[in-house]
Design a protein around this ligand. Structure first.
Ligand SMILES: NC(=O)C1=CN([C@@H]2O[C@H](COP(=O)(O)OP(=O)(O)OC[C@H]3O[C@@H](n4cnc5c(N)ncnc54)[C@H](O)[C@@H]3O)[C@@H](O)[C@H]2O)[C@@H](O)CC1
Ligand SMILES: Nc1ncnc2c1ncn2[C@@H]1O[C@H](COP(=O)(O)OP(=O)(O)O)[C@@H](O)[C@H]1O
Ligand SMILES: [K+]
Length: 499
């Protein structure tokens, strides 16, 4: 169920279902009935339900919902954008089975209703809202009346999560078969309210032909790649992660990362520290080891030991030529690499230079974990990425351009691989927006890479487990809590695998 379909893929699912014998009107009947069910859960029979319908099949779903609700004893009023005669295909059929009036949309007064069904536009939204449609959406939003949106809130672009002119603020959304990117990407996610995915009779088998490249992030994405340790295993089988530290005033971030790398299961973790910070780290660390590394050459020497198979650089490392050199050293070693924060900002406007370094050893996993600001700095000058239509498209474009797995962080973190796979994360909490939270994610990613989880799955698992840990703590969360929440999160995760 975690596949996410673009509006084009959804149309293809519809087409394949019909080619396989499903009938269009039957699909629409089930869609409209699922919307009616949502209304019934929200308001009792006898309530005043206002259905606003657009000129396409989204409106068709509205006509079905109106018929079902009227039959169940609701007082239904239906308003239509455009004329009834202009409806086509399945929508025309659905309208023909609605025996009530279809009044002009301009007359719709949502404040007088107990619930609104928003069936103006769905997947077929083709331009910014204007005129009557815009005015109706503004009236709906001003009314305070609860809204059940059909497929997507009207005005929301289902592929990008962006608002086209204006969009309905829904209380809940009923979509069909699978989620669309706009349900998960902000601001869309917020405008949708809780989203219910209704089964309308499209067979799962259509997915084999469509091969969707986007998923909602979760264990279905990475579960096969991240398993519990083997019962005959030992620490050397679980890898050795190295976290590179900056100077004495910047030791907290690498320690947070190192602790998370260890908690998520790396067999060994070492902080590579400059001389001036060695004593601080040594005093603060117990299970995590410390080794001296003053120069990029020292780092190269540590990484020459191939047992150190994953390295994380960036948190509090400092921006500049030294950091660039350390990044180059890491990327030329045999280790898997996570680059975050200052390691990325040190390549500001020079994504191509970073891509060149990555390209020297394409066999090894590289994950970059920028927040939006770091991402914009790194990709400055790359119009193909900066002008992408959505966060999802931007992360994908950057992953392809850099040849790395991109974790574009935020409330709707997107993980994208160079081969086009992408996952959108949705299990976090705003409490994760706290100092050191990103450093913890970097460490978790390194810890998974050390365990030989492939880069894309490692990034997806780290993002999901990090968010899960954060969501469990919630109010009062500080970054130190994340590593401590991991045992419970991991116990449940592995239990879900039957381990
Ligand atoms: N594809 C499927 O599998 C299914 C689709 N269904 C419904 O069909 C919908 C898609 O139907 P359509 O492709 O007909 O598209 P829509 O009904 O979303 O919208 C298309 C219509 O709106 C007009 N339009 C687009 N943008 C406009 C704007 N800004 N201002 C004014 N008019 C605008 C278009 O000219 C066209 O007439 C889905 O959202 C869903 O609700 C359901 O019936 C279930 C099955
Ligand atoms: N509103 C939010 N909802 C969910 N997750 C969030 C939210 N804000 C931030 N996060 C997550 O918190 C982490 C913050 O990382 P980052 O900005 O690098 O912080 P820092 O640099 O302080 O460590 C990221 O994983 C991000 O996805
Ligand atoms: K809609």
């Amino acid at each position: 169920m975690d596949e996410v379909l673009t509006t084009r893929e959804m149309a293809e699912a519809d087409r394949l279902a019909m080619a396989g014998g499903a009938s269009g009107p039957a699909l629409m009947d089930r869609a409209g009935a699922a919307v009616a069910d949502a209304v019934c859960r929200r308001r009792p029979a006898g309530a005043r339900a206002m259905v606003v319908c657009g000129p396409g099949n989204n409106g068709g779903d509205g006509f079905v919902a109106a018929r079902v609700l009227a039959a169940r004893g609701y007082r239904v009023e239906l308003f239509l954008l455009g004329s009834r005669d202009a409806l086509k295909g399945d929508a025309a059929q659905a309208a023909a089975r609605w025996s009530g009036a279809a009044r002009p949309l301009t007359e719709a007064q949502p404040a007088a209703a107990d619930v609104v069904v928003d069936a103006l536009f769905g997947a077929g939204l083709a331009r910014d809202l204007d005129g009557e449609a815009l005015a109706a959406v503004e009236r709906i939003n001003a009314s305070g009346t609860p809204v059940v949106a059909v497929d997507v809130p009207s005005g929301l672009d289902g592929d990008t999560g962006r608002v086209r002119g204006a969009a309905v603020r829904a209380s809940e959304t009923v979509t069909f078969f699978r989620l669309k990117p706009g349900h998960l990407l902000y601001p869309g996610r917020r405008l949708c309210g809780p989203v219910r995915v209704a089964d309308i009779g499209i067979p799962e088998s259509v997915l084999e032909a469509i091969r969707p490249q986007t998923r909602r992030n979760g264990p279905s994405v990475f579960g096969d790649a991240f398993r519990a340790p083997d019962e005959e295993g030992h620490k050397y089988g679980r890898g050795h992660a190295l976290v590179v530290s900056g100077g004495v005033e910047a030791t907290g971030a690498p320690r947070l990362a190192a602790r998370c790398a260890l908690r998520i299961g790396a067999g060994l973790v070492t902080v590579a520290s400059p001389s001036d910070a060695l004593a601080v780290h040594a005093a603060a660390l117990t299970a995590v080891m410390v080794r001296r590394a003053d120069t990029p050459a020292d780092l190269a020497a540590l990484l020459a030991d191939r047992r150190r198979n994953a390295v994380a650089l960036g948190p509090a490392l400092g921006v500049g030529a030294e950091t660039r050199e350390r990044v180059a050293t890491a990327l030329r070693s045999g280790a898997h690499v996570v680059l975050d924060a200052d390691a990325l900002t040190s390549f500001e406007g020079e994504a191509d230079a970073l891509a060149g370094l990555v390209g020297e050893r394409p066999e090894r996993g590289v994950v970059v974990t920028p927040h939006t600001g770091e991402f914009a700095r790194l990709c400055r000058g790359r119009a193909d990425i900066g002008e992408a239509e959505s966060k999802l498209a931007a992360a994908r474009a950057a992953a392809a351009a850099l040849g790395v797995v991109v974790v574009l962080k935020g409330p709707d973190t997107v993980v994208a691989a160079p081969d086009g796979r992408a996952a959108i994360n949705a299990n976090g909490t705003p409490w994760l927006g706290t100092a050191g939270s990103g450093d913890s994610l970097t460490g978790m990613t390194a810890g998974l890479l050390a365990q030989s989880v492939p880069a894309y799955e490692a990034a997806c698992a780290a993002v999901w487990l990090h968010a899960e840990a954060g969501a469990r703590i919630g109010p009062g969360l500080i970054a130190e809590d994340l590593s401590e929440a991991l045992p419970a999160v991991l116990r449940e995760y592995f239990a879900g695998q039957g381990a």
